[in-house]
Design a protein around this ligand. Sequence first.
Ligand SMILES: *[C@@H]1O[C@H](CO)[C@@H](O)[C@H](O)[C@H]1NC(C)=O
Ligand SMILES: *[C@@H]1O[C@H](CO)[C@@H](O)[C@H](O)[C@H]1NC(C)=O
Ligand SMILES: *[C@@H]1O[C@H](CO)[C@@H](O)[C@H](O)[C@H]1NC(C)=O
Ligand SMILES: *[C@@H]1O[C@H](CO)[C@@H](O)[C@H](O)[C@H]1NC(C)=O
Ligand SMILES: *[C@@H]1O[C@H](CO)[C@@H](O)[C@H](O)[C@H]1NC(C)=O
Ligand SMILES: *[C@@H]1O[C@H](CO)[C@@H](O)[C@H](O)[C@H]1NC(C)=O
Ligand SMILES: *[C@@H]1O[C@H](CO)[C@@H](O)[C@H](O)[C@H]1NC(C)=O
Ligand SMILES: *[C@@H]1O[C@H](CO)[C@@H](O)[C@H](O)[C@H]1NC(C)=O
Ligand SMILES: *[C@@H]1O[C@H](CO)[C@@H](O)[C@H](O)[C@H]1NC(C)=O
Ligand SMILES: *[C@@H]1O[C@H](CO)[C@@H](O)[C@H](O)[C@H]1NC(C)=O
Ligand SMILES: *[C@@H]1O[C@H](CO)[C@@H](O)[C@H](O)[C@H]1NC(C)=O
Ligand SMILES: *[C@@H]1O[C@H](CO)[C@@H](O)[C@H](O)[C@H]1NC(C)=O
Length: 564
Amino acid sequence: MAAALSKSFCLGYYFLLLCLIGFISHPAKAAVKKYLFDIQVKNVSRLCHAKPIVTVNGRFPGPTVYVREGDRVQVNVTNHAKYNMSIHWHGLKQFRNGWADGPAYITQCPIKTGHSYTYDFNVTGQRGTLWWHAHIFWLRATVYGAIVIMPKPGTPFPFPQPHREETIILGEWWNNDVEEIEKQGSKLGLPPNASDAHTINGKPGTLFPCSEKHTFAMEVEQGKTYLLRIINAALNDELFFAIAGHNMTVVEVDAVYTKHFTTQAVLIAPGQTTNVLVQATQSPNRYFMAARPFMDAPLTVDNKTATAILQYKGIPNTVIPILPKLPAPNDTAFALSYNAKLRSLNSPQFPANVPLKVDRHLFYTIGLGINPCPSCLNGTRLTASLNNITFVMPQIGLLQAHYFNTKGIFRLDFPDNPPSPFNYTGVPLTANLGTTLGTRLSKIVYNSTVQLVLQDTNLLTVESHPFHLHGYNFFVVGTGIGNFDPKKDPAKFNLVDPPERNTVGVPTGGWTAIRFKADNPGVWFMHCHLELHTSWGLKTAFVVEDGVGPDQSILPPPKDLPPC
Ligand SMILES: *[C@@H]1O[C@H](CO)[C@@H](O)[C@H](O)[C@H]1NC(C)=O
Ligand SMILES: *[C@@H]1O[C@H](CO)[C@@H](O)[C@H](O)[C@H]1NC(C)=O
Ligand SMILES: *[C@@H]1O[C@H](CO)[C@@H](O)[C@H](O)[C@H]1NC(C)=O
Ligand SMILES: *[C@@H]1O[C@H](CO)[C@@H](O)[C@H](O)[C@H]1NC(C)=O
Ligand SMILES: *[C@@H]1O[C@H](CO)[C@@H](O)[C@H](O)[C@H]1NC(C)=O
Ligand SMILES: *[C@@H]1O[C@H](CO)[C@@H](O)[C@H](O)[C@H]1NC(C)=O
Ligand SMILES: *[C@@H]1O[C@H](CO)[C@@H](O)[C@H](O)[C@H]1NC(C)=O
Ligand SMILES: *[C@@H]1O[C@H](CO)[C@@H](O)[C@H](O)[C@H]1NC(C)=O
Ligand SMILES: *[C@@H]1O[C@H](CO)[C@@H](O)[C@H](O)[C@H]1NC(C)=O
Ligand SMILES: *[C@@H]1O[C@H](CO)[C@@H](O)[C@H](O)[C@H]1NC(C)=O
Ligand SMILES: *[C@@H]1O[C@H](CO)[C@@H](O)[C@H](O)[C@H]1NC(C)=O
Ligand SMILES: *[C@@H]1O[C@H](CO)[C@@H](O)[C@H](O)[C@H]1NC(C)=O
């Protein structure tokens, strides 16, 4: 393991030599890890089509950022593409340091063509699998990669040491330019074209044409145990993942250890990560790993299956693998029972510090809708809202506006409740379709404990929505189908070992309750991680105020922060 770690640790090719020397002389010391991310366009061929895509260092998926808990990371992003760029370090808490968080026009202005910005942050109190991705328009379709945070030296994993580990990044592929796809949809006011394929480590696999070179394979030795770090980097699809003939033991989600449980398939929403152990105990053969969407609303998705291969050592490539049995795309029962099995490890070493007392109660309804749009195909455009507010992106970064007290950029009057209560999941589809537009945020007192109930509604359609909060992990204390009942449901909350994560699915026609302690001052984006819905306005941000202590305020902005 030490050898494997030192190798991967030194894969960042910035200061490779320094890294090697550093590792040999100080194997246990926290370090500064430097990376160069060169945003460049590269021709890539999939599904028999070659097309130019935006990449980091010409790689797709992009390079893995390997760090250790306690390290400082400096990523110099230089933009040589024609698009504006920003990178988000998804799940990193960025304590007092929203300047390094990345969402364009929320915490920074974009890095323009020909310019650089160095994301400088410390990895504190976190270990596990996270990921990074572009956070501007739909560019994360091809600009993404893994973040692997190893535990502090001498701290073992709270599960059997794997023989080897592998990153499995699930994604979506479009044959056309993704920005064109998005533009076309938004011009028409309709959903853009669905993706043409799903991918595993950037490759669609053998169920798609021209896939000879485009199938990911992982070699295993019989009797050994492997750690898979699974990341859902897809733009719009919640996915099932399974391996033929092999069960998986879930040990971590969103870089937080969980109680172990064994499953035949994993359910993973865009933005989420899941670490599983796989034991290579079957007869030596080639086995398909496969990913396909979960969609239990009456909507069409790209339901095609991406595959990769788990290949036992010594088995020739001519052997045709068998497919795993994935849950049906509309298997709600599997989804609910899978999510119900997720529990924080909650050990003395890794406790679940669930806030027991709530200072601030928030209740946000999720709605899809139709707004007027004279230039659109039908004179209307599809839209989305929280508490009936469709978020309007500002022209400058909200964090700057907050820090420098610039007036007129946003309002701090995002309502704690919907304008009026209604039968959220029972309302007729066409009820109250219009929404109000605004850049409206919610102000949160430093160190207060927040409970947020996210309620899906039947406005236009019910659907599952994975919500991501920047700057924090939260505890998923409760979830249910139908309308949240403030009198009865809190009594059923799990306040002992609920899953702790940064992205959670609100079930189709249901609700999810999360809690977090607002101890990280800044402006923190919260949005549906289906890019389609984010672009329709399903987003807002929290302004967490500074505290009074010396370590309780936002750090000064870095000198190279991109101007607008
Ligand atoms: C990339 O592919 C396009 C066709 O999609 C072609 O016109 C262009 O010349 C290629 N560029 C490079 C650098 O190969
Ligand atoms: C970032 O990289 C670019 C391109 O190599 C370089 O010009 C710039 O000086 C670097 N910035 C820093 C802060 O090192
Ligand atoms: C990261 O830690 C280093 C060393 O303690 C410190 O100098 C630096 O200011 C920290 N950076 C941030 C963004 O907190
Ligand atoms: C979307 O799909 C339609 C129908 O297949 C096609 O005509 C159109 O060109 C596609 N749009 C883009 C931007 O690729
Ligand atoms: C996987 O789990 C299922 C259900 O618990 C069980 O029936 C099956 O035998 C297991 N398969 C393997 C290969 O362990
Ligand atoms: C995928 O969608 C197609 C077209 O809508 C449908 O014919 C097919 O049955 C679906 N496959 C699955 C596994 O649901
Ligand atoms: C799931 O989809 C299958 C195939 O399309 C259909 O037969 C079945 O009724 C659906 N189940 C539910 C619960 O909607
Ligand atoms: C837009 O108009 C077309 C053609 O009349 C129709 O098929 C489609 O359902 C309409 N879409 C919406 C969202 O109203
Ligand atoms: C909400 O709507 C559902 C479906 O129409 C209905 O069954 C339920 O009784 C309604 N609830 C209330 C409180 O009106
Ligand atoms: C949302 O706001 C619009 C515009 O103010 C209003 O017409 C509509 O009734 C509201 N819908 C809901 C569900 O409150
Ligand atoms: C934050 O609140 C907790 C109680 O929830 C309290 O123990 C702690 O001292 C507070 N910290 C600060 C910095 O105010
Ligand atoms: C890039 O970002 C700058 C600064 O926000 C903005 O002025 C410019 O219009 C953007 N360019 C594009 C192509 O979006």
